[in-house]
Design a protein around this ligand. Structure first.
Ligand SMILES: [Zn+2]
Length: 384
């Protein structure tokens, strides 16, 4: 069958979607392919694949391609499968421009994410086969568990309502989504700390660690513990890339973490210029930027302060992250920009792709505790 829905497939999709609840209803116009009792779409935050086809035996094949080239091989995919009958569904992921990297996760009818096994893989990683257990209704298969942008917004709205943070900046992404900045602590603080996440869309374990880090840090009321310090959070640097299901870049097809100091993109320019302004009368103490890659690592600096080295070593001991001190700053990453422009202690926190959201959160909480103890204002003594 064709990857483009023909008239009978659109009718089938309408029949499939008709009896579903509102939460699983998908307009036929959003159906990317349909047939053999299933309809498939990507009309949700993170939904992405280049094309889909449905074979005569009902096997669904996804063609997975990057948004631009050359690109870091982070082959993201996410698709919603809707079927009325509870049949086992075979799926093939076929990659262009990268090898299979992310083992699939599944959420059935909005339920908890569970890992799926890959039943067969080509030796070169160009294709993998997956059997999705029988389900009726809608299931989302994705490279990593998806946390909708609205959930992240709710987390920060509740921090605002609790009086722990103030919205101090809100920039518009290329697609018009909010890129917010939140501050905990006084406006006139002499010391500023800056934390960022979600530059690279598929890096969900780093994002989960950041979300838990922020909650844990704010729960400890660090401004009270560290008078004269403010803590600034940028939880969503690349919302367009996340919503579009990009492998790496924003809506302008630019890697945000190669744009710091250059500031050709609205998301990094908005956040970066705010940091420049905030640092005019204050010291930028430290920067943490949360990412994911194949294995746990904490990128530090060979010129880090004693407190920063102690923080990094304690994180390594507590969480198992490998501490990697890097050479003098270069390039246009947030870390290198913070080091070269401000002389800040800057870290890139990299979580392994394979962590569960719960494990990523536990690491984020440990990083928050150690940040307070070792780096935020070490002279304040041990936590009570
Ligand atoms: Zn990254």
């Amino acid at each position: 069958m064709s990857s483009f829905a023909n008239a009978s497939d659109i009718l089938l999709a309408a029949l499939l979607f008709g009896p579903m609840s509102d939460s699983s209803a998908v307009p036929p116009a959003d159906v990317a392919c349909a047939g053999a009792g299933i309809a498939i779409d990507r009309a949700f935050d993170g939904g992405a694949f280049a094309a889909c086809t449905i074979g005569a035996d009902g096997t669904v094949t996804f063609d997975i391609r990057p948004e631009t080239e050359p690109i870091n091989p982070s082959p993201w995919y996410a698709a919603r499968l809707t079927q009325a009958s509870p049949v086992l569904r075979r799926v093939t992921l076929s990659y262009y421009g990268a090898r299979h990297r992310y083992s699939p996760w599944l959420s059935v009818n909005g339920g908890a994410w569970q890992r799926l096994d890959v039943s067969a893989a080509a030796p070169d990683g160009s294709t993998v086969a997956i059997a999705i257990p029988a389900f009726a209704g809608s299931a989302v298969i994705a490279a990593q568990p998806i946390r909708p942008l609205a959930d992240v917004q709710r987390q920060w709205a509740s921090q605002q309502q609790a009086g722990r943070v103030a919205l101090v900046g809100q920039f518009a992404s290329r697609d018009g989504r909010p890129v917010p900045l939140f501050r905990h602590g006084p406006v006139d603080a002499a010391n500023v700390h800056f934390f960022a996440a979600r530059q690279h869309p598929p890096e969900t374990t780093g994002a989960a660690a950041f979300d838990a880090f922020a909650d844990a840090l704010l729960a400890a009321d660090p401004a009270r513990r560290c008078p004269g310090h403010a803590f600034v959070f940028a939880p969503m640097i690349n919302p367009d890339g996340i919503a579009r299901g990009h492998w790496r870049t924003n809506a302008g097809r630019i890697d945000p973490n190669r744009d710091w100091g250059r500031f050709g993109e609205p998301e990094t320019a908005g956040v970066g210029q705010w940091v420049v302004k905030a640092s005019a009368g204050a010291k930028l103490v430290a920067v943490l930027d949360f990412h994911s890659t194949r294995r746990d690592a904490l990128y530090s600096s060979k010129t880090a302060s004693i407190a920063a080295q102690q923080f990094a070593d304690s994180v390594g001991t507590a969480t198992g992250l490998t501490v990697i001190p890097t050479q003098a700053a270069e390039g246009n990453t947030l870390k290198s920009w913070a080091e070269s422009r401000f002389g800040a202690d800057a870290f890139t926190v990299e979580l392994a792709d394979a962590h569960s959201p719960a494990r990523a959160a536990a690491i984020g909480e440990a990083v928050a505790r150690l940040y307070l103890e070792k780096l935020a204002c070490p002279s304040a003594g041990d936590l009570d």
